[in-house]
Design a protein around this ligand. Structure first.
Ligand SMILES: Cc1cc2nc3c(=O)[nH]c(=O)nc-3n(C[C@H](O)[C@H](O)[C@H](O)COP(=O)(O)OP(=O)(O)OC[C@H]3O[C@@H](n4cnc5c(N)ncnc54)[C@H](O)[C@@H]3O)c2cc1C
Length: 457
């Protein structure tokens, strides 16, 4: 309908479904652009896979998983700043990671040299590799610098492990260095990650700039980091956030999404929609004929990978590290949560993070705890002299999508073939592995797709 001159047209409405970082990022971006945003979330809180709960018995916030970012995560950092929560983060001024193997500590750290040279001194003094292995690693890093993962389709079809073998990397270099980078960032070892994804992570995350590698994390429980601020941000721009709103069905007519239906039977109409659900949810909810389309059908082949976090409270201080990586053990990373959260009590709260934990998610919790504690006594002998007061185990089965060989082709773009639907979610085609950066970028891309659709309906 044509508007009458002087009449104020109502703002264009967008319903964003899913209140994880992707949905939050899309909703904030669209609210900034003047859209009337409604963010629907099935749970009673925002944050999605980044959340914490208050453990009354212990009196502390427990994260569903220790979340770490690097300074190369520009979109995630921009979102934190937009929501005015940057002060809640602790960020290194220069990368420094203690890596411990058989009781020997070596540091991966950066120095005052432009990228990629900032890592060279620590690679050359990294004592978990022989001199020859270090030279081979440096030459492979140079090869990675020169590789264009975006244009080379072959890199998506082979594993990073196979690519490293082609580049003469030893078993020890793969386990003691390459997997140290790839397992926590891609949530799988080099064998299960495509060469393209791994090369992207190393190039963008580790080699591009001196400070891109600096590590940061939240000083508060994840649900206290940005959830309330995001809600206020959206509501402050005329939008709304609805909890307990579980999407049950999409109703398409031709190339348009007419409305969506919630579990409580309510139908929601809006000019535009953004789906910011996990791919597993989307697969279940999409009508079969829509899931079978060329655009959506590849997501049927996407897979996910688990992460296990073991939370331990000791009655004494057992380590001075704020965090450290351990080689040759189930205990991959130890985070000193007492230091991170600024806890003042006498004991120490540690979190053990285990990525790609396929076998451990199936191990029962008592056995898993015993295994981790025994390992920890070997890795941090002071734990033998301390009493374990409390423990909690959080298993996240579908923690991340798996960036396996072939996965890049399965990730859809933000713009769908439908006239009023865009897609977000860390698993969409951002180029990044499953990270907070990927989620945030995907939200921005979905908002951009809505802008384009609204200009060219
Ligand atoms: C244990 C763990 C550790 C991790 N560690 C890191 C890390 O160190 N660094 C890093 O960068 N990333 C890490 N990640 C990955 C990161 O958390 C995710 O990539 C990111 O949070 C995904 O955000 P998202 O918004 O795309 O998806 P989600 O956060 O999954 O958001 C989807 C939202 O949709 C909602 N939803 C689902 N179904 C419906 C429905 N039917 N109706 C309405 N709403 C629905 C869900 O409740 C959820 O809020 C980790 C993840 C886990 C689980």
């Amino acid at each position: 309908m044509d508007s009458v001159p002087g009449e104020k047209r109502p703002p264009t409405s967008v319903t964003v479904i899913g209140g994880g970082l992707a949905g939050i990022s899309a909703a904030c971006e669209l609210a900034d652009l003047g859209f009337q945003v409604s963010l629907l979330e099935k749970r009673p809180f925002l944050g999605g896979r980044t959340f914490s709960y208050y453990e009354k018995e212990i009196g502390v916030d427990i994260d569903n998983g220790q979340h770490v970012f690097m300074k190369c995560c520009a979109s995630y950092i921009a979102l934190l700043k937009k929501l005015d929560v940057w002060e809640k983060m602790s960020v290194q001024s220069d990368l420094r990671v203690p890596v411990i193997n058989d009781g020997k500590t070596s540091y991966i750290s950066s120095v005052t040299l432009p990228g990629p040279l900032h890592l060279l001194p620590s690679l050359l003094t990294y004592n978990h590799l022989s001199f020859i292995e270090k030279l081979a690693v440096c030459s492979t890093m140079l090869k990675i610098m020169r590789t264009n993962w975006q244009d080379d389709q072959d890199l998506d079809s082979i594993s990073f492990h196979a690519w490293l073998k082609q580049h003469k990397q030893s078993y020890r270099a793969i386990t003691n260095l390459w997997n140290l980078i790839i397992l926590p960032t891609c949530n799988e070892t080099a064998e299960h990650v495509s060469a393209g994804q791994a090369i992207m992570v190393i190039k963008v995350g580790f080699l591009a700039s001196r400070h891109g590698t600096d590590i940061g994390y939240s000083k508060v429980g994840l649900s206290r980091l940005l959830a309330d601020e995001a809600q206020r941000y959206i509501e402050g721009r005329g939008g709304s956030v609805v909890f307990g709103a579980e999407l049950k069905a999409f109703n398409f007519e031709g190339d348009t999404l007419i409305d969506i239906e919630l579990k409580n039977g309510e139908k929601v109409r809006s000019d535009y929609f953004v789906s910011a659900l996990q791919f597993e949810n989307l697969r279940e909810i999409l009508p079969p004929n829509i899931l079978a389309t060329d655009y959506f059908s590849p997501i049927s082949n996407l897979k996910s990978s688990p992460i296990v976090n073991v939370h331990l409270w000791f009655d004494k201080k057992v380590t001075d590290f704020e965090f450290a990586a351990y080689l040759g053990s189930d205990v991959q990373w130890v985070f000193n949560k007492s230091a991170i959260l600024g806890l003042k009590d006498e004991g120490q709260y540690l979190v053990i993070t285990i990525s790609g934990a396929h076998t451990l998610v199936e191990t029962n919790k008592d056995e898993l705890l015993a295994r981790v504690v025994t390992d920890l006594q070997r890795l941090i002998p002071a734990t033998k002299l301390a009493n374990l007061k409390q423990s909690r185990i959080v298993k996240e089965l579908g923690a991340t999508f798996t960036p396996a060989p072939g996965a890049a082709k399965l990730r859809p773009t933000a713009r769908t073939p439908f006239t009023n639907l865009a897609l977000a979610g860390e698993w969409t085609a951002t180029g990044w592995p499953s990270t907070m950066e990927s989620a945030t970028l995907s939200g921005k891309a979905a908002a951009q797709a809505i802008v384009e659709l609204s200009k060219n309906p």
